[in-house]
Design a protein around this ligand. Structure first.
Ligand SMILES: NC(=O)c1ccc[n+]([C@@H]2O[C@H](COP(=O)([O-])OP(=O)(O)OC[C@H]3O[C@@H](n4cnc5c(N)ncnc54)[C@H](OP(=O)(O)O)[C@@H]3O)[C@@H](O)[C@H]2O)c1
Length: 290
């Protein structure tokens, strides 16, 4: 039995779908408030719980062979400590106690960079360290922004022609298809050795180029609105004094916006060779939705 946490999220949905396609029994950990009907229709076993409750995690772990952690807090939520850190540690501990064979974590590429201003990156880094020394067999995937995160922006662009760039338009980034990632996660989960993969589609974009690419894709001239980092810094100075949580969240957003984390070509090559996969492009991904 595979246990997928965050099963209603962008990646979790795809991992569950992939399990079902491969004929692997899968249990989807969902909240009562989540939209989980689709998962049920596909044939996943539904476990209703809350990752902030360790006893829910222990109950969900019964009979599980592999755990795929796809849960996460929203970047601007207050739940980084509770979900990205505490709940992930509780999942690792429950997996150890139940003798689970394999556990997968997903981190941002930036996890190896400067984490000082970002509780989110610190949480991701610390749980990676715990997993590495846990004695469990594991894989850790370090990824850039998933292409599915662009879908709401692409939809708004299609309707209005407006694209909002947060931070420097010349900032470079990479993307990865969540469907490719789901495939790789399930292939890796069959392995008998721990592994850490950094992966991204090889193409490097600037933020401005993403707007241009959407423009070409939808055959519409982009109207790009830029929100400079100084606006986020101003908001942080003003709002941060009122709430520590908000200060922490804006610190994470600033770190992710300010620092470029690119996946080395050698790592991309290694991942594509290992998984025998050529990562899909942004256009191919968008073409399946629009
Ligand atoms: N998206 C990216 O660009 C990206 C890039 C690199 C790494 N990652 C990492 O990849 C993983 C998956 O990301 P994603 O974008 O697919 O996440 P997502 O779409 O934001 O989904 C998060 C999932 O976590 C669940 N969740 C949150 N709090 C919970 C709780 N208390 N109890 C149970 N479930 C809870 C949510 O359930 P509800 O439906 O109930 O809210 C949702 O299913 C995360 O660890 C993320 O940090 C993402």
């Amino acid at each position: 039995m595979y246990l997928v946490t965050g099963a209603t999220g962008q990646l979790g949905l795809r991992v569950v779908r992939r399990c079902i396609t491969l004929g692997l029994p899968v249990r989807a950990f969902v909240r009562l408030t989540s939209q989980y009907e689709l998962l049920k229709e596909w044939g996943a076993e539904i476990f209703i719980g809350d990752l902030q409750q360790p006893r829910d995690i222990q109950a969900a772990m019964k009979g599980v062979e592999a755990v795929i952690c796809c849960h996460g807090s929203q970047l601007l939520s207050r739940a980084i400590q509770a979900i990205d850190y505490r709940a992930t540690l509780d999942v690792i501990q429950a997996a150890q106690e139940q003798g689970v064979r394999y556990l997968t974590l997903i981190s941002p590429l930036a996890v190896t960079g400067d984490r000082q201003q970002s509780p989110f990156l610190k949480a991701k880094y610390e749980v990676e360290q715990v997993l590495i020394s846990s004695g469990l067999n594991y894989s850790i995937f370090r990824c850039p922004t998933l292409m599915s995160s662009l879908l709401p922006l692409a939809e708004r662009f299609q309707q209005t022609g407006v694209y909002i760039v947060l931070g420097d338009p010349q900032h470079r980034l990479q993307l990865l298809s969540p469907d490719d990632l789901a495939r790789c996660i399930l292939i890796a989960s069959q392995a008998s050795q721990p592994a850490i993969f950094s992966m991204a589609h090889p193409e490097v974009f600037t933020r401005q180029e993403i707007a241009d690419r959407l423009g070409r894709f939808f055959n519409r001239r982009p109207f790009v609105m830029t929100v400079p980092l100084s606006v986020i810094d101003g908001a942080r100075q003003f709002l941060g004094v009122m709430s520590r949580d908000l200060d922490a969240s804006l610190g994470t957003l600033r770190t992710l916006l300010a620092y470029e984390s690119l996946c080395p070509a050698s790592e991309i090559e290694r991942a594509q060779t290992y998984f025998q996969l050529s990562f899909e492009s942004l256009e191919t991904f968008l073409g399946r939705y629009f």
